[in-house]
Design a protein around this ligand. Structure first.
Ligand SMILES: [Zn+2]
Length: 68
């Protein structure tokens, strides 16, 4: 299980994942919600961190899009 949320940490920020109070937490740029390129970068970055956010239905990356 992990928690996903959006955060605006500046123009170069795509995504981040780490343990916060023992729960794996992913931060994803708000741009990913309307920018496919940013979303794909975030998905790939989080995949390398061990999170399958592209298919997650409860996170900002999985909620509103289908990634083929
Ligand atoms: Zn997720």
């Amino acid at each position: 299980m992990h928690v996903c949320t959006t955060a605006d940490l500046g123009p170069s920020f795509i995504a981040w994942a780490g343990a916060v109070h023992g729960t794996i937490t992913a931060l994803v740029t708000e741009r990913a919600q309307h920018d496919d390129a940013a979303a794909l970068q975030a998905i790939e970055l989080l995949r390398r961190a061990g999170l399958d956010c592209g298919t997650c239905t409860s996170c900002p990356l999985g909620l509103n899009r289908q990634v083929n």
